[in-house]
Design a protein around this ligand. Structure first.
Ligand code: HEM
Length: 158
């Protein structure tokens, strides 16, 4: 399974009844992929260098200063997203920044979305049931620039 697909599937399986809901209505799959991008933010930080002295919300930033932008945090901003800590595939609108924003917006976003949607559709069509082992806990890799899971055991029923 690709790392993006793992993030979508793990988010789905952690939400009781959601796998069945998607299986009954495959048109919800793009929403599920979009919400997993918001909720899990596979690229959780971006790096920038301040171009000119500026003040943002009372913070003085100096030209040349390195900056880390927390995409994962912006995607969980409760001023922007209602119940931001909940994985909700019916969220609308869902203006997350998992693919960045502005000039450097991810060139591969349409491909990444399409791949995840196709893979998830085929997985759901093939298996009547997918579930997590009883003692499952999210085991994230130790990398602040890329979010992914170290291991992802699942139980499949055809
Ligand atoms: C889930 C998968 C992906 C995520 C979460 C992701 C995320 C991002 C983010 C956050 C940026 C902005 C970087 C910045 O502003 O500094 C970015 C840029 C970029 N991504 Fe992706 N990406 C994904 C998949 C892909 C794929 C599949 C491709 C190519 C096939 C791709 C190609 C690029 C390129 C070329 C840029 C640089 C765009 C620029 O600087 O103008 N990405 N991506």
């Amino acid at each position: 399974m690709s790392s993006s697909l793992i993030l979508v599937v793990s988010s789905i399986l952690e939400t009781p009844g959601l796998y069945e809901e998607l299986r009954n209505d495959l048109s919800l799959i793009p929403n599920a992929v979009e919400e997993a991008l918001r909720y899990r933010a596979p690229a959780p930080i971006l790096q920038r260098v301040v171009k000119e002295d500026v003040e943002i919300r009372g913070k003085h930033l100096q030209k040349g200063q390195p900056l880390i932008v927390f995409v994962g945090s912006a995607n969980q901003d409760e001023n922007k997203f209602d119940r931001a800590d909940v994985f909700d595939i019916h969220r609308h609108p869902n203006h997350h920044v998992a693919f960045g924003h502005g000039n450097h917006f991810c060139l591969g976003a349409p491909l990444a979305r399409l791949e995840a949607e196709i893979a998830l559709t085929e997985l759901i069509k093939k298996y009547a049931s997918l579930s997590l082992p009883e003692n499952f806990t999210v085991d994230a890799i130790e990398n602040s620039a890329v979010y992914g899971l170290r291991s992802f055991p699942i139980l499949l029923a055809p």
